[in-house]
Design a protein around this ligand. Structure first.
Ligand code: PGA
Length: 261
């Protein structure tokens, strides 16, 4: 199956609404309207209303959340539900980013529940997995990823009504995030192929083939091509190098060059 390529920006806790709109204004001045490259911009909650509005006229730019509540509704002060996001026109949400897992103690089960909430409200989870440096050095990359996926697979199995067909996964080695120390393209490719194999065993080869799997961790315009120039890696999840609008435009242009080559 030929899957489309994705460039996804993760702004993390950066940009006010005014800064977000200025960023969008700058990228609109460039001709990034190539439907072959899917763009997903993951922004802070407070930027979602304004950006979902301005992005309406750009079919290939999706505005996404960086998190979603584990529960449907109720007494969960400070949380934002999948239903609330859906009503704003949010199409995707990052789930299980390593910063959420480590700084906010989100367990594999929590992340799986969040993915289910998203799927129930037609929000595509960008489900992040990846090992720490310690785990890498102990040769545990594959077992960590299998464990992180197992929780999701189990939750999906218990929730027969959710449609997992369009799920996106991101392999983000924790030691590569924000460090400038990225995984080699070969390692990223091998681990992503492993991830797809785990899903093929749990679901079916056809279902595993349908999902997108991205690489994330110190991606920039200079190294993007080396990651996505093969059939296994369907795109990139980019933090630091997505904040500057010019840098983001370069990321998308490089991806467009790969796609049209
Ligand atoms: P980075 O972050 O590109 O700054 O390494 C990636 C991420 O955390 O998704």
């Amino acid at each position: 199956m030929t899957r489309s390529k994705i460039v996804s920006a993760n702004w993390k806790m950066n940009k006010t609404v005014a800064q977000a709109l200025a960023w969008f204004d700058t990228i609109q001045q460039h001709n990034l309207g190539d439907a072959q490259v899917q763009q997903i911009v993951c922004v802070p909650y407070v930027c979602l209303p304004a950006l979902t509005q301005v992005a309406q006229s750009h079919q290939n730019i999706a505005i996404a959340a960086q998190n979603v509540a584990e529960q449907g509704s109720g007494a969960y002060t400070g949380e934002v539900s999948a239903e609330m996001l859906q009503h704003l026109g949010v199409s995707h949400a990052i789930v299980g980013h390593s910063e959420r897992r480590s700084l906010y103690h989100e367990t594999d089960e929590t992340c799986a529940n969040k993915a289910i909430q998203a799927l129930k409200h037609e929000i595509v989870p960008i489900f992040c997995v990846g090992e720490t440096l310690e785990q890498k050095q102990a040769d545990e990359t594959q077992s960590v990823i299998r464990r992180q996926l197992d929780a999701l697979v189990e939750a999906v199995a218990q929730s027969a009504t959710v449609n997992k067909a369009h799920m996106i996964f991101a392999y983000e080695p924790v030691w590569a995030i924000g460090t400038g120390r990225n995984a080699t393209p070969e390692d990223a490719m091998t681990t992503i192929a492993f991830l797809r194999e785990v899903l093929a065993q749990a679901w079916s080869p056809a279902e595993a083939d349908a999902v997108h799997i991205l690489y994330g961790g110190s991606v920039n315009a200079d190294n993007l091509t080396s990651y996505v120039n093969n059939a296994h890696v369907d795109g990139v999840l980019v933090g630091g190098a997505s904040l500057d609008a010019g840098s983001y435009v370069r990321l998308v242009s490089h991806m467009q060059a790969v796609v049209s080559a």
